[in-house]
Structures are given as structure tokens and as C-alpha cells.
Design a protein around this ligand. Structure first.
Ligand SMILES: Cc1ncc(COP(=O)(O)O)c(C=O)c1O
Length: 417
């Protein structure tokens, strides 16, 4: 039997330890945050990078600032129908009207044709998500935004370090990055806005100047949450602690996306977003930036091995990727009609296949009546699952996961017939 958790945490053990010693001196926003922002801006290839305590905070304040700078009363933004719920939520909270464009069947990123159909005289911005690490059709979407004079926000939570035609994602107009647990780079939570727009950057810096420093207790809580996840998904701790809870008590095994969304809107408000990023978190980011490519390559290599060792039938159920196309492979996705059944049966083999936490946002309470299109998003909602390909997996394990999952999938297909 193998034991494969659903994800791994990119922050190293030594980084956790260093954070403890830094806490008394580095919990405020100072020189290290400046250095982190400069390094990050250079990495993306834009003049400005501004740190926030999360991506949702950055997106929210960027949209608020755009509204203010341009004196837009009720501007409209077009979001992908299928994405993480914080994306449309941040726009709504910032006072934008929402409209959805459908996604493409091949990778669930925004469909440029659907986007064109949604543009109207009130549209002022588009936000796209490079879902799972696969860049959107940026050539087409960039041209659409330019020809209609629209601002273009890129949600790069899954796609840090990926390029389209030698250009980093997040460099088109406004890039939104997340450094939460489970992302390619973690800073005990955090986010960044990247842009070439000096007026927007100035406005965001002024907004941030008014924020208080994070209380030390908040940083400790985030550090502890990340550490707990690291412990529960590493080595001997996983089979001893988390695995039994998943396998025998059904912990994290149900589709809780609606409940998560309701909790999210109940407990997250503007006041929860208004803190400065800290030097301690910036130092964690700086230490991982130079090894980002290596971490993305490990995921890609694991996916190549997995895909080479499954049957043609199972290969056709994966979201297509040829092994060379630009992709961080933060998540390697498979479309499963009876996914929850596979989740239970693969867990019995020790492999934690996970339901995608993103949703067709129009399926969420309160978002059903926003205008737009979501035919593909609706069809695939609840059917996207992640095959473990993270940093805790290697070539040998990928082959084993491929063997076990392929067998399960083919068996359940045979039962269906
Ligand atoms: C696609 C996507 N966008 C945005 C976010 C929000 O990032 P944060 O948690 O830093 O606010 C996430 C978080 O998981 C995400 O997966």
C-alpha cells in the first residue's frame, strides 16, 4: 500500500524554523517587503509589484482603486464562469457589476468567443484565471481587451512562473498572485498585484499606507496553519494522522464548496483584508523565488510520467496537455462522472484524489442571477478532480498512482456499462 496525500506545502522545514526566530524583529512591513516587491516585479517583468495579505485583498483593492481613479459609477467586469469563488466575490465587494463568460472544454479557461459576446457598453474590465496553471488564450484575450479599451486582470494564483510567448503571466495589465498554502510559492498566506500602470500602483501604495501592521498573533496563526498542513501531509504523519480521518471518518471527502462559499462570505469583509504584508513573510517568499522553476518542473515531470502510464481511455479523461505546452501543472486534472466513488475507492488504495475546489460560480448561492454564459462551466462543475502530482510525489510513485487509478477507473467504467 502507498500513502499519497492530496497536496504538499512548498515552504521548507528550515523556513518554518527561521520564521520563529524572525517573529520578534520582522513582523512589521519594512525593508524586506520592499526588496520582495522589487524582486517580484523584476521576475514578472513589470515596474510595479505591491504586496497584500492575500490575493483576494489585492484584487479587491485593485478593483476599488480602478473604480475611484476613473470615476466609474457602476462598472461591469466579465469573469470566467468557472473559477475560485473569491474572484467574482472580490469584484462584487468592490462595487462592480458581474457578468460571466463561459470557459473552454479543453482547459476551463475563459472562452474568447464567449467573452466577445458578453462585452457591452458598461463593460470596463475583464478578469481571467489561468486555471490549474494553464495560461488562458492571452493573445486573443489581450487583443480583445485592447480593441475594446478594457482593463485586463489576470488571476495568476495557479500559474506563477509560466510564460506565454516569452512573456510572464501577470504582465499584461494587472496581475493578481496568491502565496497561500498549496500554491507554487507560499508565504504563510499573501498576495501581490503587478502592473505597469504607475497611477494604479501609486493609488494602491497610498491605500496600503493607511493599513495597520498585522498583529503578531495573526502571523503566528497563519504560520501554525501552514505548519499543520505541512505536518499532516508529510512522511509518517500522513498515514498516522490525516489518512485515517479521510478514510474512515470522511473528513474532507464530501463536496463542501457551497458551504465553504457561504462561510467565506459570512466571515470575510473589507476589515479582514486591511493589513500590511510583513517582512517575515517577504523573506519566506524571497527564499523560494529562485527555486520556483524547479518546483514547477517537478510537478510537470510527475504529470508526464503519470500520463504515460495510464491507458488511452483514461488519458482521454484528463484535461489535455502534451507535456510541452506552457503549464505549471499546479493541478493535474481529470474529468470523472462518478468522481466521489473513485475518491473513496482510491483512498482505500492510499491515494487521495481530490475534488477541484473551484466551481461554476453561477451554481453558488446569490450568484445564480448574474448575466452571462456558463454552459461548459455548468456541465463540468463537480466533475473535475486532481491527481496527486505535487512535490511529495516522484517518478516511481507517479507510476504507481497511474497503475492503481487506471485500474480503478477502468473497473468503474466496466460496471457502468
Ligand atoms: C484560482 C484562485 N484564485 C484566487 C485565489 C485566492 O487567493 P487568496 O487565498 O490568496 O486570496 C485562489 C486561492 O486558492 C485560487 O485558487
Amino acid at each position: 500500500m502507498v500513502f499519497v496525500p492530496r497536496q504538499s506545502i512548498s515552504i521548507g522545514w528550515f523556513e518554518f524554523l527561521k520564521a520563529v526566530f524572525r517573529l520578534p524583529f520582522k513582523s512589521s512591513c519594512g525593508r524586506e517587503v520592499k526588496r520582495w516587491e522589487e524582486l517580484f516585479a523584476r521576475f514578472i517583468g513589470v515596474p510595479h509589484a505591491i504586496s497584500f495579505i492575500s490575493e483576494r485583498a489585492g484584487t479587491y483593492f485593485a478593483l476599488k482603486a480602478l473604480k475611484q481613479i476613473n470615476n466609474w459609477e457602476k462598472p461591469e467586469i466579465i469573469c470566467p464562469s468557472y473559477t475560485f469563488f473569491s474572484v467574482p466575490w472580490a469584484a462584487k465587494l468592490a462595487g462592480w457589476e458581474l457578468r460571466f463568460a463561459d470557459v473552454l472544454r479543453e482547459d476551463l479557461t475563459m472562452d474568447p468567443q464567449s467573452l466577445i459576446r458578453q462585452i457591452n457598453h458598461r463593460t470596463k474590465a475583464i478578469i481571467v484565471t489561468h486555471l490549474n496553471g494553464k495560461p488562458c488564450k492571452m493573445k486573443e484575450i489581450g487583443e480583445i481587451a485592447k480593441s475594446h479599451n478594457l482593463r485586463l486582470l489576470e488571476d495568476c494564483a495557479h500559474s506563477m512562473g509560466v510564460k506565454v510567448n516569452e512573456r510572464q503571466v501577470g504582465s499584461w495589465d494587472i496581475g493578481c498572485f496568491s502565496f497561500g498554502d498549496g500554491k507554487s510559492l507560499g508565504t504563510f498566506c499573501g498576495g501581490m498585484i503587478t502592473t505597469s500602470d504607475s497611477q494604479l500602483a501609486k493609488s494602491l501604495s497610498e491605500i496600503l499606507d493607511r493599513f495597520p501592521e498585522q498583529p503578531k498573533s495573526r502571523i503566528v496563526r497563519k504560520w501554525f496553519d501552514s505548519l499543520l498542513l505541512k505536518v499532516l501531509t508529510t512522511g509518517i504523519f500522513y498515514p498516522l494522522l490525516l489518512y485515517p480521518m479521510l478514510r474512515w471518518f470522511g473528513y474532507l471527502s464530501a463536496d463542501s464548496r457551497k458551504k465553504d462559499f457561504l462561510d467565506f462570505i459570512k466571515y470575510v469583509a473589507e476589515k479582514d483584508l486591511t493589513f500590511k504584508f510583513s517582512d517575515l513573510q517577504a523573506l519566506a517568499g524571497i527564499s523560494q523565488l529562485s527555486s520556483l522553476d524547479r518546483r514547477n518542473s517537478i510537478r510537470r515531470a510527475n504529470s508526464v510520467v503519470f500520463r504515460a502510464n495510464i491507458s488511452k481511455e483514461t488519458q482521454e479523461m484528463m484535461l489535455p496537455w502534451d507535456g510541452k505546452e506552457a503549464h505549471t501543472m499546479l493541478h493535474d486534472s481529470i474529468v470523472l462522472d462518478h468522481g466521489m466513488n473513485i475518491v473513496k475507492r482510491s483512498l482505500a488504495k492510499g491515494i487521495d484524489v481530490r475534488l477541484d475546489y473551484c466551481t461554476n460560480c453561477r451554481n453558488l448561492p446569490g450568484m445564480e442571477n448574474f448575466p452571462g454564459e456558463d454552459v461548459i462551466g455548468k456541465k463540468l462543475d463537480g466533475k473535475i478532480f486532481f491527481v496527486p502530482n505535487h512535490l511529495g510525489v516522484n517518478e516511481k510513485l507517479s507510476k504507481r498512482i497511474a497503475f492503481e487509478l487506471d485500474k480503478l477507473i477502468l473497473e468503474s467504467k466496466a460496471i457502468d456499462k
